[in-house]
Design a binder for this molecule. Structure first.
Ligand SMILES: *Cc1c(COP(=O)(O)O)cnc(C)c1O
Length: 433
């Protein structure tokens, strides 16, 4: 399978999977998309899903990556990556949510990060270690660290701003050890990102050191996120007997929902999608007005969705052939203020005894407002947003054992000032130990 940039309309520059994965963003600034979208056999999906998530993911991964990676290696990698559950939960009569937070970091980004980690291990055939360099404001760093942990031939250097990530997020990044090398930068998130950009722009350094990013737009994080839509569909059909769900997706950069649109293009039957946003509602506004106005993001209590210029907007346009009518036939927008998010959390708890995180509560609010037949995606475990839950519900809830383990362990990190020389020295040093 070849990959093209969304901006390469004439399809003049094909890229191999390895090139597309190592580059992340296409050289022309567009996003990579596969040359063709493989068609699924839904009967095969259903029988594989009846076995396990991993069985279903092996079938779907083979459709995209079967030509690039030997099937046996691909399957072994997929089974290692997807060793956790992905249940559709009945919150109340006719109200279903697909819980995507049962992976090691308790948020849906595990689905993409673990797949990408495993695939890079398979694709990097060079003798030298590959350095995955990434900057994080919290959640991406923990998912990438967990997803790439112990992958042979890979070192992960993850930069985070000192004092600007939660204690839990810092624990998740700094207690793994092994090939995960956290760097605590005396600066803010923008400083961390600027350092990463400078290293990528240093061509002398890059001829000596094999370095790549693990950005959320990476094709190897995007494609596997389409798989859980199939799994949710199979469970929903079993539970309700119906076959045309509306799927609600709490959205920030729109990687998750565009992966759902990819699943639909592969042949997953759906009635439509609803993009749920917080106060950063550029896409819902676009769907109403036809005018796309990216802007500065504002802070909300669902902060993983605080995005003012969603990076996957181009992929969405690509999937719908820039056809606004076709897009709005299948996609609706919805947004919740912080007050409404808290109302959703409170209502689910008071009426149904279900504890939701703030992001997933946007999904609930949209499902209710539209009276959908279908399900919403729950993108994080409530324990990751304990402070908001405490403020909203006035009590604490048990923290899952997996999160407690990380919180009890000793943190190890490399402290650093905002200096690109120091970072490059550290990368070189981390390659030799
Ligand atoms: C990243 C994230 C989102 C937003 O997902 P996108 O793919 O960027 O739209 C939503 N909820 C949680 C908890 C997240 O971590």
């Amino acid at each position: 399978m070849k990959y093209y940039s969304t901006r390469d309309k004439g399809r003049l520059a094909p890229h191999t999977l390895k090139d597309a994965a190592f580059m992340g963003l296409a050289p022309d600034g567009g996003l990579f998309v596969p040359e063709r979208i493989p068609a699924v056999d839904m009967a095969a999906v259903e029988s594989a899903a009846a076995e396990s998530y991993a069985d279903m993911a092996c079938y779907l991964a083979g459709l995209f990556f079967g030509e690039d990676v030997p099937q046996a290696e691909l399957e072994a990698m997929v089974r290692r990556a997807y060793n956790f559950d992905c249940p559709l939960v009945k919150v109340a009569e006719g109200k279903y949510t697909l819980e995507l937070f049962h992976g090691p970091t308790f948020a849906f980004k595990d689905f993409g990060a673990r797949f990408m980690g495993g695939m890079l291990g398979l694709l990097n055939q060079s003798a030298d270690d590959l350095v995955v360099l990434t900057a994080t404001s919290g959640d991406t760093g923990s998912a990438v660290a967990a997803g790439f942990y112990n992958v042979p031939g890979i070192k992960v250097v993850v930069l985070y701003p000192n004092g600007k990530v939660s204690d839990l997020q810092e624990s998740q990044m700094t207690t793994l050890g092994g090939n995960i090398r956290p760097v605590r930068v005396n600066g803010n998130f923008d400083d961390c990102q600027a350092l990463v950009k400078k290293v990528f722009a240093d061509s002398d350094f890059r001829t000596d050191v094999n370095v790549t990013s693990a950005n959320s737009i990476n094709i190897l994080r995007w494609i596997p996120q389409s798989f859980y839509y199939f799994y949710g569909w199979c469970q929903w059909k079993k539970a309700t007997g119906a076959e045309l769900p509306t799927i609600v997706v709490p959205s920030g950069n729109y990687g998750n929902i565009t992966a759902g649109m990819l699943a639909h293009a592969m042949g997953l039957p759906v009635k439509g999608f609803i993009a749920g946003s917080n106060a950063n509602d550029v896409v819902p506004q676009y769907l109403r007005s036809g005018v796309y106005n990216p802007r500065e993001s504002v802070r909300t209590i669902a902060n993983a969705m605080d995005v003012g210029a969603p990076s996957n907007f181009e992929r969405m346009m690509y999937l719908y052939g820039e056809d606004f009518g076709r897009l709005t036939n299948e996609l609706s927008g919805f947004s919740s203020t912080d007050v409404e998010i808290r109302e959703g959390i409170r209502e689910m708890y008071d009426l149904y005894g279900y504890v939701s995180d703030p992001h997933s509560a946007v999904g609930y609010n949209a499902s209710k407002a539209y009276g959908i037949e279908g399900f919403w995606l729950s993108t994080a475990h409530n324990a990751k947003f304990r402070e908001v839950i405490m403020e909203t519900l006035g009590r604490e809830f048990p923290i899952p054992e997996g999160l407690q383990i990380a919180m009890r362990k000793q943190k190890h990190f490399h402290p650093m000032d905002v200096r690109v020389d120091d970072l490059e020295d550290y990368i070189v040093k981390s390659l030799t130990d």
